[in-house]
Ligand binder design. Structure first.
Ligand SMILES: Cc1ncc(COP(=O)(O)O)c(C=O)c1O
Length: 461
């Protein structure tokens, strides 16, 4: 029996709960009663995420089979806890991690917690979009040749905007150096589940892979997966870190929603994937009629990520995002300086595709083209690292107005959110160019992290 079936059955039954959670499986306030009826804890017959022997063990085995991993774990703390556990298990305390600069903050948090030395792989920037592109195997090879003390490599693929790296080739290189490859595939939980999508990183040979099932599959927020394969990773250590970083009371409603999504993909993944690919290709084909906006496409782009670039429309990314939300009631995933991002998944309806197509075509037709004074977008240079992340994040600081911050050492992560990948890591020097960009984005209303409402940043004293 599947976990969600067992919970649904249990919800209909007579059992009185003399156990947690405190709502006693009764509805309080305005929440729908069904959710409470299913929200149990580790009672008899429902297994234990931290020592699975029954329903959860079966679910995890099915997940491993589906993705092509040797062992899989359900996560209820998002990919965040999968990344924390993967990095902690793959690199010794105080060790050396080679990681993509566009990693999610959880990777930096893992490095902070474990006192790691970081060396960065800088993804090239797609010049016309200002977006991080895929990493090349040559970059990884060169970095590993340059420093034998590196213990593991962490890359992000697909990126937030859907760029996919050649993981199979990268895995071969990393393994030829005897190192561990971790792939943050948070945005690719659908990969490998249909011929319509790229293969996933378990299939491509990575040692540790993290998927946010809540991002691109129909599972509830916070749900994610961690997969491990091969002999390079100490699995006992991995499980220890999962016990450390995950709640000791994992939500059964969340785990049931993973089961539900996985079952759907086991049964219908091929068809659903092909349908999404067809609908998404049709959308891109219809949108190619736009005169001003343009769209990120190509072999390295994942199916479903619609990156709308403002082109010469005269709009900023935030304005396009706001118009789509206010006028057309279309809520996008994020806005950046010159583009915004909409996500399509196997959970979308024909209406979702139609409304996006009609709105974008209409906005493009109404745009009043402006002479754009855009800078050529280049791969950014790494800010100078003056102190280690750990030392800087714990150091005394003062609040400094952005316009006076150039040249100072940052005591905080500075980023655009979402996705929150750092522009500056604590311990790095803030450049004049970045201080200007942050000030501009602030006036454009973009969501910044690390900059206060008064436009101040924390700098080391
Ligand atoms: C690339 C990447 N990795 C990891 C995460 C963390 O995922 P979660 O929200 O499931 O914890 C995110 C979240 O946006 C992300 O963009």
């Amino acid at each position: 029996m599947h976990l969600y079936e067992a919970l649904t059955e249990y919800a209909k039954g007579e059992d009185y709960p003399y156990h947690m959670p405190g709502h006693k499986r009764r509805a309080f306030g305005a929440m729908p009663p069904e959710t409470y009826r299913m929200d149990v804890t580790e009672i008899d017959g429902f297994d234990d995420l931290h020592a699975p022997e029954g329903l959860i063990k079966d679910l995890q085995s099915r997940i491993a089979r589906l993705y092509g991993a040797e062992e899989s774990f359900c996560l209820v703390g998002g990919s965040t806890c999968g990344i924390l556990a993967a990095v902690s298990a793959a690199v010794f305390e105080g060790g050396h991690l080679l990681m993509a600069r566009n990693c999610h903050k959880s990777a930096y948090h893992a490095a902070y917690l474990r006192g790691l030395k970081l060396t960065y792989l800088i993804p090239p920037v797609l010049p016309e979009f200002g977006i991080c592109d895929a990493l090349s195997p040559e970059q990884v090879q060169a970095a590993l040749e340059a420093d034998p003390s590196i213990e593991a490599v962490l890359i992000v693929s697909p990126t937030y905007e859907g760029r996919i790296s050649p993981v199979r080739e990268i895995a071969k290189i990393v393994h030829s150096f005897g190192k561990i490859l971790i792939v943050d595939e948070a945005h690719g939980a659908h990969l490998g589940l249909s011929g319509a999508f790229h293969e996933n990183s378990c299939q491509a040979g990575a040692d540790l892979v993290i998927h946010s099932t809540h991002k691109t599959l129909p599972a509830m927020t916070q749900t994610a997966l961690l997969h491990v394969s091969g002999k390079r990773v100490d699995r006992e250590k991995l499980k220890r870190f999962l016990r450390i970083y995950q709640s000791s009371s994992p939500s059964y409603v969340l785990m049931a929603s993973v089961d539900n999504a996985v079952t759907m993909m086991e049964r219908d993944g091929e068809v659903l994937g092909q349908k999404l690919k067809t609908e998404f290709s049709e959308l891109l084909s219809d949108l190619s009629a736009c005169k001003h906006f343009h769209f990120l496409t190509g072999i390295n782009s994942d199916v479903g990520k619609l990156v709308i670039h403002a082109g010469d429309s005269g709009f900023t990314g935030q304005q396009i995002y706001d118009m789509l939300r206010v006028k057309y009631h279309l809520q996008l995933e994020m806005a950046a300086g010159d583009f915004c991002l909409a996500m399509f998944t196997v959970g979308d309806t024909a209406e979702g595709f139609r409304r996006m197509r009609d709105a974008v075509l209409q906005m493009d037709a109404q745009a009043k083209p402006a002479e754009s004074a855009k800078r050529a977008l280049e791969t950014p240079k790494l800010p100078e690292a003056v102190m280690s992340l750990g030392d800087a994040w714990d150091a005394p600081f003062e609040e400094v107005p952005l316009e006076k911050s150039a040249g100072r050492i940052s005591a905080e992560f500075l980023s655009l959110y979402p996705p929150g990948t750092p522009l500056v890591v604590p311990g790095e020097r803030i450049t004049q160019a970045l201080a200007c960009d942050l000030a501009t984005w602030r006036t454009q209303g973009l969501r910044l992290r690390g900059v206060s409402d008064e436009g101040k940043v924390r700098c080391i004293l």
